[in-house]
Design a protein around this ligand. Structure first.
Ligand SMILES: Cc1ncc(COP(=O)(O)O)c(C=O)c1O
Length: 392
């Protein structure tokens, strides 16, 4: 049987995070390892009502096959939001509803990548993107990101040597590091790409979860013809609905729709209709405001505790939104070794390893702050601080 599997599936790394989460099932462990939105904010009652109302209204229609592009009302809602929030005029025809933004990544891989094609990915980068693209066996070119955005000198070097088809970025409150690209950095990246055929994939599931600072310019303003946007309702409404979207110009959209049809014909129509009804009857911005009030407080608690309990020489990001922050231990320290030590002290996190394309052991780690209350965060960071001190 071993020989029966495709090269494609054999090469793709198993989700290391899922492996780690198995260790953290023990309820005495404080876990900063997960990447989940906080379930306290799932709008249970409002979605229940939306489901009831939409069944009452539309009956059998919502149980039928539907079009591949997605429910027009939902796409219109997304287009209106881009106009209001970012001043972007997106025709509804340029919006494809996807089964989570994760499916958007897969469809883009399927549509653009032949084996060996060059692809630029920020590093550290979202593990799910590495997994999705790896299926199409591209040649990855990781470009470092840190506070302020992408290393443009490194990007320039790749562009002078290769002709990448795609560049993948999470420009706001990046997973895993929490960093955001500044406006200047976005402009510098756009300047480097201008005139090339490289497509920027701007994946933005966290952009609405901003608790300080101001919204930054979209690549869609800077390089409209070369930008594909990915969005998601997973972090603002509920991930189980698996509803995300992709924005692409018509030429690309035609191909993406074919890829989508081959994958799943269309995204769950019932879920689209329930979500649309929920969005019509409720104030999404008020809901998001409640989420970010809480996440913002939890992030502050984590930063405060890091200052109190981590030894000097440990660096960390201080995100203006999202769900994660990133810790860099002194050079030469292994975050895998720290993970082993920390589990003994009953605290967990994700070592940096899976977020690097070459999966190297590193001195970095990801901490999630969306799922633990403030006292738990303080206690967990105290334990982690003790674990770090014990390593030196
Ligand atoms: C950067 C990034 N992109 C995409 C996704 C996938 O989200 P969705 O639930 O919309 O598929 C995630 C999920 O954690 C993510 O962090």
């Amino acid at each position: 049987m071993e020989n029966a599997f495709s090269d494609r599936i054999t090469d793709v790394p198993k989700s290391f995070i899922r492996e780690i989460l198995k260790v953290t099932i023990d309820s005495s462990i404080i876990s900063f390892a997960g990447g989940l939105p906080n379930r306290l904010f799932f709008p249970v009652k409002a979605l229940q009502k939306a489901a009831f109302d939409v069944f009452e209204e539309a009956g059998a229609e919502i149980l039928q096959y539907a079009n591949s592009e997605g429910y027009l009302g939902l796409r219109q809602f997304i287009a209106d939001r881009y106009r209001k929030q970012e001043g972007l005029e997106i025709p509804v025809e340029d919006i494809l509803i996807t089964t989570g933004s994760q499916q958007g990544l897969d469809l883009l891989g399927k549509t653009f990548l032949n084996e060996g094609d060059d692809l630029i990915i920020e590093e550290p980068g979202y593990l799910g993107a590495i997994q999705a693209f790896a299926m199409y066996r591209p040649r990855f070119h990781p470009v470092p990101v840190s506070e302020g955005g992408m290393d443009t000198a490194a990007l320039g070097r790749v562009l002078s040597e290769r002709q990448p088809k795609l560049l993948y970025t999470v420009t706001n409150f990046q997973n895993p590091s929490g960093v955001s690209y500044s406006d200047d950095n976005r402009r510098a990246v756009a300047d480097l790409l201008r005139g090339s055929s490289c497509l920027i994939i701007q994946d933005d599931p966290y952009g609405d979860l901003r608790f300080s600072g101001s919204r930054k310019i979209s690549f869609k303003h800077l390089l409209p013809a070369n930008t594909v946007l990915l969005g998601s309702f997973s972090k603002t409404v509920a991930p189980a609905m698996r509803l995300g979207w992709l924005v692409a110009p018509p030429l690309i959209m035609d191909k993406l729709v074919i890829a989508k049809q081959a994958s799943d014909l269309h995204t769950d129509y019932l879920a689209q209709r329930i979500l649309h009804r929920y969005l019509c009857d409720n104030d999404l911005d008020a809901h998001i405001a409640a989420i970010i009030r809480q996440y913002g407080k939890q992030k502050e608690a984590m930063i405060g505790a890091i200052k109190d309990f981590f030894p000097a020489g440990v660096q960390h990001t201080n995100p203006e939104g999202g769900m994660f922050l990133w810790v860099t231990l002194p050079e030469g320290t292994s975050s895998m070794a720290l993970f082993e030590a920390a589990i003994k002290k009953k605290v967990a996190f994700v070592p940096g390893t899976p977020f690097y394309v070459d999966r190297k052991d590193s001195n970095t780690l990801r901490l999630n702050f969306s799922c633990s209350d403030e006292p738990t965060i303080v206690e967990g960071i105290r334990r982690l601080g003790d674990s770090i001190k014990a390593l030196f």
